[in-house]
Design a protein around this ligand. Structure first.
Ligand code: PLP
Ligand code: ZN
Length: 427
């Protein structure tokens, strides 16, 4: 008998995914050995346990077709593992965030052309809404009933909100010492929030264990990770489209697990192959906080593998001591001629203030890491000040207020009179 879900909507879990459930995706392929696997809730290669990624058979697609699509990541539906009717299925519709020409910051840093891709404008104020929207689609199409994740904070927000919007259960695991705003901005969406006594790497290990035990759960960054990761390609697509269908010469991207950085690379490469942009060369630079900089360390030491560290930094959203995509970040940055650098917590605070003061954009600590790394790479001559550069601000400063709480505040407290104002000699 034909599964009734095949043509009428996402799977109810009663059988095979419906026709077209994953758009133009054709299967999963191992990033280590190239072995193929069927589309499904799989993330490890059966041959070598390597990580899997989504493979496609892309149709011919034009800029005009994309430009006529919705003002969200779904305008790139043909390039994502999601069905053609994705925009009609309740989700948070992330993406198409602004690309800001940062002339003031450029002047201050002595760089010619600088843009900020400002992903704080997403529904839960970080780029994680992109990856979760794609993972949610996979979960639904596979008939999985619970949306779950281990998180350093932003993913927690995105999963809880997306599950609420989709009307499904969420279970979110966080390290107990997370910033209070990130705890509250997750819990408010309902769902189950679990604080774990341990750091992110402990939480991640626990999540993998639960994922192995519980049927019907979609751990967005564990068992549906190949789909989740594809969401980050949309950062590259949007950036190129917003530049007038052009790939920038240099990009700076924050690194935690490293997934986002490697998928921005995949996105630029795909656009070139599809003829949507000229396949011009670009360099990718990774940014970490010194207190959790295993990838930057490996880059400097010329290693191909990443030695895990115990994180200690205010940039908690990037505090992954054992990054799953670390080796791929090293490969991407080396292959494109980029680098991975790290900056101190004080430089992170400076970075947050610099971006806010020059461009009116209030970034969270991850953005502070990225801006501070931009500054450092320019000062060391690793970034070319003449080359067009895009920096990714992936999260919102309102979630990490403590980072600058001791540094900023009112210039004075005065009585409500003009005399008092002039006497204070403030401007
Ligand atoms: C704001 C922000 N930026 C960047 C990242 C890094 O993402 P990835 O784990 O894909 O490297 C994270 C991860 O949690 C994040 O929360
Ligand atoms: Zn393999």
């Amino acid at each position: 008998m034909q599964n009734p879900d095949r043509t009428t909507g996402p799977s109810t879990g009663s059988g095979q995914p419906r026709e077209g459930a994953f758009g133009n995706a054709t299967g999963l392929v191992c990033r280590a050995c190239g072995a193929h696997q069927e589309l499904g809730p799989h993330y490890a290669c059966l041959e070598c346990f390597g990580p899997l990624e989504v493979a496609y058979d892309f149709p011919a697609i034009t800029r005009e077709q994309i430009e006529a699509g919705p003002k969200s990541i779904w305008r790139y539906q043909p390039l994502l593992p999601v069905p053609a009717d994705i925009a009609a299925i309740p989700n948070t519709d992330p993406g198409f965030t602004r690309l800001v020409k940062a002339d003031n910051l450029a002047r201050e840093l002595g760089i010619k052309t600088l843009w900020i891709k400002d992903d704080s404008g997403n529904p839960t104020h970080s780029f994680k809404d992109r990856v979760v929207a794609v993972a949610l689609s996979a979960a639904r199409e596979l008939g999985l009933k619970v949306l779950a994740c281990p998180s350093t904070g932003n993913l927690a927000n995105a999963v809880a909100a997306a599950a609420a919007r989709a009307g499904i259960k969420s279970v979110v695991f966080i390290p107990e010492n997370l910033e209070r705003p990130k705890i509250l901005t997750t819990a408010v969406y309902g769902g189950t929030l679990v604080a774990v006594r341990g750091n992110y790497d402990d939480v991640n290990k626990l999540a993998s264990e639960i994922a192995g035990e519980e049927d019907g759960w979609a751990f967005v960054n564990v068992n549906v990770r190949p789909y989740y990761a594809e969401g980050s390609k949309t950062l590259a697509y949007e950036t190129a489209e917003q530049l007038g269908w052009r790939i920038p010469e240099q990009v700076v991207i924050p690194v935690a697990s490293g997934s986002q950085l490697t998928k921005v690379d995949k996105g630029f490469t795909e656009l070139g192959k599809l003829g949507l942009v000229d396949a011009t060369p670009y360099k990718i630079f990774g940014a970490q906080a010194t207190g959790c900089s295993p990838v930057a360390q490996a880059f400097r030491e010329g290693h191909d593998v990443v030695r895990p560290v115990k994180p200690d930094t205010i940039a908690k959203s990037l505090a992954i001591g054992n990054p799953a995509d670390g080796p791929y970040v090293l490969d991407t940055c080396r292959r494109t001629g980029g680098a991975v650098e790290d900056v101190s917590d004080d430089e992170v605070r400076d970075g947050i203030q610099l971006l806010a003061r020059t461009e009116g954009i209030f970034a969270e600590t991850a953005g502070g890491v990225t801006i501070a790394t931009l500054k450092k790479l320019l000062a060391s001559g690793q970034l070319d000040p003449e080359a067009e550069t895009v920096v990714f601000n992936t999260g919102d400063g309102l979630k990490t207020l403590d980072a600058i709480a001791d540094r900023v505040g009112p210039a004075a407290t005065i009585d409500p009179t003009y005399t008092a104002f002039t006497a204070a000699n403030l401007v």
